[in-house]
Each structure stands twice: as C-alpha cells, then as structure tokens.
Ligand binder design. Structure first.
Ligand code: NAD
Ligand code: WQD
Length: 339
C-alpha cells in the first residue's frame, strides 16, 4: 500500500518513513528540500534496507502537485508534514508562512479530491492550546488565539481540514504534537537545525559539543517547582509510530468520525532544568548554562493528557526523558564526526 509522505526528508517525516517501511508500507516522499537534504533517503535505506522514492518539488506549485497525483493514482493515504516551523521567523515573515503552510495543504487536499484519495494525517501542534487553563490538556480544551503566524497556520489548517471533510469523502486525523526531541537509535537520522537553534534540545547538544558557548535558560521565576518552564517532551520515534497507527486506522476504516484529533505527548512535564539534569546524567558532562530573562511569547507550562490517544489508538509513548536526551546526544556526536 502506497503512502505519500510530504516533508518526508525532514526531522519527523524521516523517522516516520522508517516506521512505515517497517510495517510494510510503500513510501513516496515529496519534499522541496527547503529544510532537509536528499541524502536522507540513503540514511533511511541504511536503517530499513529500502530506498524510499523521493520527488523534489514545491507543494505550493499547484500544477506540479496535480501532475504528481495524476502519475500516482495508487496512493491510499497521505501524511502531510511539509511546512515551515520556525516560530520567530513566522513573526517576521508571516506571509511566507501563510503561503507555504496553507497553500501546500490546499493543493494536497485538492489533489486528494480530484483523485479520490480519502485519507490524510495532518501534523498539528500543542501550540493550538496556548497556555491551557487546565492541565494536563486534553483534546476538548479550547483553542486559544495563536501566539504566532506559525501557530495560526496550524489552527487555520485544522479548520480547512474540518470544512473539507464535511463536504467530501476525505477523512482526516490531526495529530497535535507536544515537544518532539531525540533521534533514531542508529544516529543515522535526526534533527538538522539551520543556524542557531531556537529549540532547547539542539541548543543543549550544540553547547555540549562546543558549537555554542553557553545555553541561556529563559527564566527561573515561573510559578513551577524549580522556577523554569515545563513542557511535555516526546521521543521522535514514539511520535513516528503513532503516525503509522493513525494511517492504518484510516485505511482499515476504524475511525469514529470523519475528523479525529489526538494529542501526542507522554503525559509527563519536565522543566528546563530537569532536561539539563537528564542530559548531564546520560552524557556524563557538565553543561555550561546561565539563567537569563524570560523569552517573549513562552508559556509557563503545558503537558498532555494522552488518555484518548492511548485508548483509541492503542498507542503509548514508551521512551523516557533519559532515552530522549541520550539519543539526541548520540546524534550530535554523529554529526560532529561527519564534519
Ligand atoms: P522539518 O522542517 O524537519 O520537516 C519539514 C519538511 O517539509 C522539510 O524537509 C522541508 O524541506 C519540507 N517542506 C517545507 N515546505 C515545503 C513545501 N512547500 N513543499 C515541499 N516540501 C516542503 O520539520 P519537522 O520538525 O519534521 O516538522 C514536521 C511537521 O510537524 C511540520 O508541519 C511542523 O509544523 C509540525 N510540528 C513540528 C514540531 C516540532 O517541534 N518539530 C512540533 C509540532 C508540529
Ligand atoms: C522549550 C523550553 C524555552 C531554548 C516550540 C514551538 C511549538 C512547537 C515546539 C511546533 C521553553 C526553553 C529554549 C533555549 C531555553 N513547534 N528554552 N533556552 O517553545 O515549547 O515550542 O517548539 O509546533 O510551536 O513554539 O519549545 O524547545 O523552543 O523550548 O531555556 O535556548 O526551553 O523557554 O521553556 P517550545 P522550545
């Protein structure tokens, strides 16, 4: 069974391709390589033994998307990862984010309608909850006004999907990721941040390897036990496995609704200092960090209520924080040896 994975050479996409192949799915990737590179398909094949097909083009190009679907009319499902994801950049370049993230989704869904493809899994984000009033946060929690154009593209995309499933044969599952970190156990694939990382985990590993001098911990005066902000970090391989279950659920016609929404988190919140402690424990290194002021736009704390995903998908995040930080560290060391 052939699955289209858009953004499949990216961070979460590449791990998902590996898990799809392990379950016997045939994968075709579409990616414009704006935030990844084509050699990822060779890394994937080193892990799985199978080179996934890769077509390189921009999903905002309607004609190229239509042409792709006309040549691939045996696709049974789509996992749509392709998007820009840098929160800060989206504040400075909102139109770039709206055009890329929204237009590519519309083109993909039009292609589905034209070609009778019924199943799409969409990469959403816990960012839609903002700072939730109740923790842990479940899927019924209200959507808060987006903090950034990036976050808004996820909210708008969920609305576009909701309207489209109502008026067509398309079924959709939106997966709201919490904070994906870590890398594949082989250290052959992982996250490749361009320039200075915004996210905590790559900043920690780049500091430890010597690329960055010092990690700034943004705020230690939050109303949390140690004063630093709390997130629900989830291992990227656990996340990837949930996508295979989701696409399988759609193909097997086990959905309870035309659009289903699931939280993908562990249900455990860790503070910034707890992540640093875990990193120091697994690496045996002392991390150079300093406390600085809060980062604008950061929420205090969020972690998932994963009960609905656990029960409905039969999926549960298996890996703990030490496995996450350890695999992220192995990946950083692998990258430094390549240079
Ligand atoms: P990534 O940047 O590593 O992967 C995205 C891939 O999409 C890249 O390979 C990029 O080249 C490709 N792409 C972007 N625009 C494209 C276009 N117009 N046409 C074709 N390809 C295009 O990002 P990721 O971390 O793997 O994230 C995957 C998805 O998950 C994104 O939709 C992101 O918003 C969402 N998400 C990510 C996180 C996170 O923290 N990483 C959290 C929540 C949600
Ligand atoms: C985690 C914690 C920081 C860097 C972002 C997006 C969100 C989602 C995931 C896609 C926070 C602190 C960080 C640093 C620090 N992406 N931190 N020093 O902000 O929870 O979420 O990525 O949908 O939309 O907003 O993740 O990794 O940036 O930060 O102290 O150098 O680490 O303040 O408390 P965040 P993050």
């Amino acid at each position: 069974m052939k699955i289209l994975v858009t953004g499949g050479t990216g961070y979460i996409g590449s791990h998902t391709v590996v898990e799809l192949q392990a379950k016997g799915f045939e994968v075709v990737i579409v990616d414009n390589l704006s935030n990844s590179s084509s050699d990822i398909v060779e890394k994937i094949s080193e892990i799985s033994g199978i080179i996934p097909k890769l077509e390189i083009f921009d999903l905002t190009n309607k004609d190229l998307v239509a042409d792709f679907f006309s040549r691939n009319n045996d696709i049974v499902g789509i996992i749509h990862f392709a998007a820009y994801k840098a929160v800060g950049e989206s504040v400075n370049k909102p139109l770039l984010y709206y055009r890329n993230n929204i237009e590519s989704l519309i083109n993909v869904m039009e292609g589905m309608q034209t070609n009778g493809i019924e199943n799409i899994v969409f990469s959403s984000s816990c960012t839609v909850y903002g700072q939730p009033d109740v923790l842990p946060v479940n899927e019924q929690a209200p959507i808060k006004i987006a903090e950034s154009p990036y976050g808004n593209t996820k909210q708008i995309s969920e609305e576009i999907i909701q309207d489209t499933v109502k008026s067509s044969n398309i079924n959709a599952i939106a997966l709201r990721y919490f904070n994906p970190i870590g890398a594949h156990e082989t250290a052959l694939i992982g996250e490749l941040p361009l320039g200075v990382p915004n996210n905590l985990m790559p900043f920690i590993t780049q500091t430890a390897i010597g690329i960055r001098k010092c990690l700034s911990v943004f705020g230690d005066d939050y109303p949390t036990p140690d004063g630093t902000a709390i997130r629900d970090y989830i291992h990227v391989v656990d996340l990837a496995k949930a996508h295979v279950i989701a696409i399988d659920r759609m193909i097997s016609k086990n959905m309870k609704d035309d659009l289903e929404i699931f939280n993908l988190g562990t249900g455990n919140g860790y503070s910034v200092l707890e992540v640093i402690n875990s990193f120091e424990r697994v690496s045996g290194l002392k991390l150079n960090y300093q406390i600085v002021g809060r980062r604008e736009g950061d929420i205090i704390q969020v972690w998932a209520d994963p009960t609905y995903s656990n029960e409905e998908l039969g999926w549960k995040a298996e890996m703990g924080i030490d496995e996450m930080t350890n695999s992220a560290w192995n990946w950083e060391q692998f990258l430094s040896k390549k240079k």
